[in-house]
Write a protein that binds this ligand. Structure first.
Ligand SMILES: [Zn+2]
Length: 528
């Protein structure tokens, strides 16, 4: 075996060991995030990082070197967890059962467990689900006991979010009481104990919040470290700010231009009921898939089913039909024109099992084929999904519905306003309250109220995964750069379809790595 190939196998072995290391030890269903367990994980990580550093990659081909940097970035993600984020001791929301919108159990542990917990149960439960539910529900009181010991550096603003989510957790558990009453009465006492423990933990947070210290943001230097070493993005906080501020202004300006162009045209027809809503989304999915084919945008497998109904954005937990009294941002936009969000979901969140997106489904490469951790997966797929909204619009997707262009710009303003809050909260110029207010106040038409779950959930996510919101915009712009460079390199051989196909085939990795692999340009990697 050639030496470089042998070394590549060393990388794969190391990657597999690493993925094992970060799974917390689960004792009777309770993941162990105690200080001792975390210290053990941190020392284990250092040993693996040292071994990674000894692998000589200079004579590998680029695609193998890219895999090396993917592993390095993920290890840096864990390092950042231990040195800065310390969710287990800093963020009470780490112990959420739901995440404010989605009904999931023990959701945030899944960050390292790669187990997204249980969704809303469909009763009667299968034997497997019955077992899972029992274990996870039983773990809840013990989990909160552990949380009270672990949360030695809890941040008051993060506690504030967790207290809010606790109400959702309680609602979720109470819905289980109803669901289980007929078929699974043996689970009822366990659910009752879980409800009591959740209320107790909520009350504990309320009582302790005023004694907590610590800032909501991680600070600019840490933000820059995370972006450079985990997301492999060659820009810094100040450049992010300039870029996103200018994108926000562009979104609002283009919205105003569209509104001017559309004055006098018929108003939006807002969907009147759930059936109409579903049927409009279904029409949008079919139209999108036909458009992608007819306009030669991207290849997709013949056997790919249209986006299934349970993945329509409008039937997420944030549905006015589930909470009849609530019209939030998703409802305001999707009930006027669902296509922007349908296109986003089709490219960014059309899962075909185990969190794999359709274009990644048959990717069984040892490293690339895995779901990326530490928000690397989301950073890349959200950038693509966000970019596609306007690219398809400019490609003619809304030529028959001119007014719908406005919705795409409203979404852009929403994403950019949220990203500015992300930046300012992490630089500690904004408190949580400032972040919520700024975000809400800068969404057009007052469509994202300060109490809207979509606002709170997004803010929470970006505090937990710094840069989650900024990566949509910065990543989209990095794809623009790549498209410009590939079109120059390929000249008349360039086509949009070829571009998207090669971009997707590289797998879900940081965009700077895709660029290196596709163009051969090393300049960004030299600083990363
Ligand atoms: Zn998305």
């Amino acid at each position: 075996m050639k030496k470089s190939l042998a070394e590549y196998h060393t990388l794969i072995d190391l990657f597999e060991e690493f993925r094992e290391l970060i799974k917390p030890k689960v004792i009777n269903g309770v993941p162990d995030f105690t200080a001792v367990a975390m210290e053990r994980q941190h020392s284990g990580l250092r040993l693996l990082q040292n071994r990674l550093g000894t692998i000589e990659i200079s004579n590998w081909d680029i695609s193998k070197q890219v895999d090396y940097h993917v592993v390095r970035a993920e290890m840096n993600g864990v390092e950042f967890d231990h040195s800065v984020l310390k969710q287990w001791s800093r963020d009470p929301g780490f112990y959420n059962l739901s995440d404010g919108i989605y009904p999931r159990l023990l959701v945030h542990h899944s960050r390292s467990l790669s187990d997204w917990g249980l969704y809303e149960p469909s009763v009667p439960l299968s034997t497997k689900d019955q077992k899972d539910f029992k274990v996870k529900l039983k773990a809840i009181p013990e989990l909160f006991n552990q949380a009270k010991f672990n949360l030695i550096d809890a941040v008051p603003d993060l506690a504030e979010i967790a207290i809010r989510v606790k109400e959702k957790d309680i609602q979720l558990l109470e819905s289980f009481m109803k669901d289980f009453s007929v078929h699974h009465s043996e689970l009822l006492p366990i659910v009752e104990e879980a409800i009591a423990a959740t209320k107790d933990f909520r009350d504990w947070l309320i009582e302790k919040k005023d004694t907590m210290i610590g800032k909501v943001g991680i600070g600019k230097d840490n933000y820059n470290w995370w972006m450079k070493n985990v997301h492999l993005i060659p820009y810094r906080w100040d450049e992010f700010y300039t870029m996103i501020h200018s994108e926000y202004n562009r979104a609002i300006s283009f919205l105003k231009i569209e509104e001017n162009k559309n004055k006098g045209k018929p108003e939006f027809q807002i969907t009147a009921n759930e059936d109409e809503n579903i049927s409009r989304q279904h029409d949008a999915v079919l139209k999108l898939m036909k458009f992608l084919n007819d306009e030669e945008i991207i290849n997709f497998p013949d056997k790919l089913e249209p986006l299934p109904k349970n993945q329509y954005p409008r039937v997420w937990g944030s549905s006015a039909y589930k909470r009849a009294d609530h019209i939030g941002f998703f409802e305001q936009t999707n009930d006027r024109e669902p296509m922007t969000n349908i296109a986003h979901v089709f490219f960014g969140h059309y899962y075909v099992g185990n969190r794999k997106i359709w274009y990644q489904k048959d990717d069984d490469r040892h490293i690339r084929g895995k779901i990326r951790l530490y928000d690397i997966h989301e950073a890349r797929s959200e950038a693509l999904a966000f970019g596609i909204e306007e690219w398809l619009m400019q490609a003619g997707l809304f030529d028959d519905r001119p007014r719908s262009r406005e919705i795409t710009y409203v979404w852009q303003a929403f994403r950019n306003a949220r990203a500015l809050s992300d930046l300012k909260m992490h630089s500690n110029e904004f408190s949580l309250e400032n972040g919520i207010n700024f975000f809400s106040d800068n969404v057009p038409n007052a469509w994202a109220g300060k109490n809207d779950d979509a606002v709170w959930w997004d803010i929470e996510e970006t505090l937990r995964a710094p840069g989650h919101s900024t990566n949509y915009i910065v990543g989209k712009n990095m794809i623009h750069q790549l498209m410009a460079e590939r079109s120059k390199q390929l000249g008349s051989d360039f086509s949009i379809r070829k571009f998207f196909d090669e971009f997707m085939n590289g797998g879900i990795i940081p965009i700077s790595l895709s660029r290196w692999e596709l163009t051969g340009y090393k300049d960004q990697m030299q600083s990363l």
